[in-house]
Design a protein around this ligand. Structure first.
Ligand code: ADE
Length: 239
């Protein structure tokens, strides 16, 4: 049940840097996930491996050309052993292709849960510049997803955000398997504030209830603090 995530990007090094750090690294070492990062430049056109060009109709910015993206997708299908028909429109695809874009559905915690339960490999097509040629989107069953209502320079950070949000929910990834259920947006509320040693820092004390050993009071205190903060910062979450 090892899950596969593929990223097609013009910036493989920083993407690999993140995927090979911290908890995502540990998840790979435990055999729970594998990451395949493909450099779009390797599929570029001609001697200069060109991957982008000017938009027809003008308007500035650069657009990813369809052929390099198409070749990278074909290569990914080959190494994942996914037949081409399976990634054409109509059939239920055995590979999910995600195109991160501000024009997509906004990705929420509930989507991270759904993706964590779907065993199919997920491929992220990280665009840069002003986007990709629309014909790639027309010829493939591509899901468009947004990391939020703001604009980034590329799809790498959204891809990494989504991968991270999904991987940490896979059984065995976190040391506390209950952690994901307990936290923000699983219960439609913020987490409670946390404290660790020392008991006094810069004159500020850890709330005494947390040192009391009274579990019922601690639960009550945390619930109050979480509710207070949610009401202050995101009142709509409580409605
Ligand atoms: N690419 C640029 N901005 C983005 C965003 N907010 N979400 C997903 N992909 C993007």
């Amino acid at each position: 049940s090892c899950r596969t995530f593929v990223v097609i990007t013009l910036f493989p090094e920083p993407v690999l840097g993140m995927l090979n750090s911290s908890i995502l690294k540990k998840a790979q070492d435990k055999g729970l996930v594998r990451f395949i990062v493909l450099n779009l430049r390797d599929f570029g056109n001609g001697r200069y491996r060109s991957t982008d060009d000017y938009p027809y109709g003008g308007g500035g910015g650069m657009i990813l050309r369809p052929e390099p993206v198409f070749r990278a997708l074909q290569f990914a299908r080959k190494i994942l052993d996914v037949p081409l028909e399976d990634t054409q429109k109509g059939a239920p695809p055995s590979l999910r292709i995600v195109y991160p874009t501000p024009q997509g559905q906004v990705f929420h915690q509930k989507d991270a849960w759904a993706w964590s339960l779907d065993p199919r490999p997920i491929l992220f097509l990280a665009g840069h510049y002003e986007g990709i040629d629309e014909r790639i989107l027309l010829g493939n069953p591509i899901e468009e997803w947004s990391a939020g209502d703001y604009v980034l320079t590329g799809g790498e950070l959204p891809s990494l955000s989504m991968i991270d949000a999904v991987v940490r929910l896979l059984p065995g990834v976190l040391s506390d398997p209950q952690a994901p259920q307990k936290e923000t947006f699983s219960g439609e509320m913020f987490d409670y504030p946390q404290y660790t040693r020392p008991p006094v820092f810069e004159g500020m004390e850890v709330p005494e209830v947390l040192l009391s050993g009274n579990h019922a009071r601690i639960v009550q205190f945390r619930r109050e603090k979480a509710r207070e903060k949610t009401l202050r910062v995101r009142p709509e979450l409580l409605e």
